[in-house]
Write a protein that binds this ligand. Sequence first.
Ligand code: ZN
Length: 314
Amino acid sequence: MTGQSYSDILTTFREQLVAEDILHEGDSIGTDDETLLRFLRARKFDLTQSKKMFKDCQHWRKTTSDVGIDELYHRMDPFDFPEREVVAECWPMSFHKVRVKQGRPVNIQVFGGMDLNKLYRSCTPERHWESVLVSAECLVREVLPAAARAAGKPIGTGLVIVDLKGFGLGAFWQIKSLVRDCFQISQDYYPETMGQLAVINAPSTFTVIWNAVKPWLAKETVEKVDILGGNYKDVLLSLVDAENLPASLGGTCTCSEFGGCNLSGAGPWQHGRAGWGPKSQAVRGTVNTEQIGDDAEQSRAVSNTADQTGVESS
Ligand SMILES: [Zn+2]
């Protein structure tokens, strides 16, 4: 398929979404080309299936957690909510800086640190799930647009680093259904946002399983995944500059001024960010929730320069 036909499909997709009352100007799902292209890519540019996916996502966005994702996001700042420290400790999945040359945001998931028993002593499962949702929303609403502004080009995907150090079978059974739910949310409502996945500290058993599973998967999926054992540092340093990689993973970053890399949420998305959580409110003595939508719209306006070919320039 040529670049021209991808562009034509995108144009038709947008026209049909608008005509069928699925997409409206200013919708928080994102109205830019990059957003639409993610849904098209997820359904291999099949218009009917992409449209159904987009429609289902819009419905989910209006109804999730009873209030919808927009209201949830207004209520919970992904970088500033009361339970954030315990969530960062017991469910360590966080955005941390960018993969320098490509400009992709890096998301680090430390599976060995996951401890739901401990987490639920300080945070209800409902609040935790809401934090998972606003974190997923944050990727497309703030993180990717900010990474695109910093890189000066469209950035539609991130690099995910999964650390399996100390992650045993017992822990796997404990978090399995929650992780499955997280994958479902990501695939159905935030499609095609993972550009690359590096699994580090993979035990040899995992490598055996992976080698067996690999032939069943699409080539594009396999190409996104690097399974690394304990000797991962050189590979990670080829993906992320040392200054942007946490010291715990072989880099030099410690984010000591922000309470450590797993809590900092550091990255271009923090530049000039007006948060709306309790800490920001305490600093300002007021909250301006209108700012949230404005920032998102502004971000999208800047990143709305997507490559018409449907291929991310990286
Ligand atoms: Zn750091």
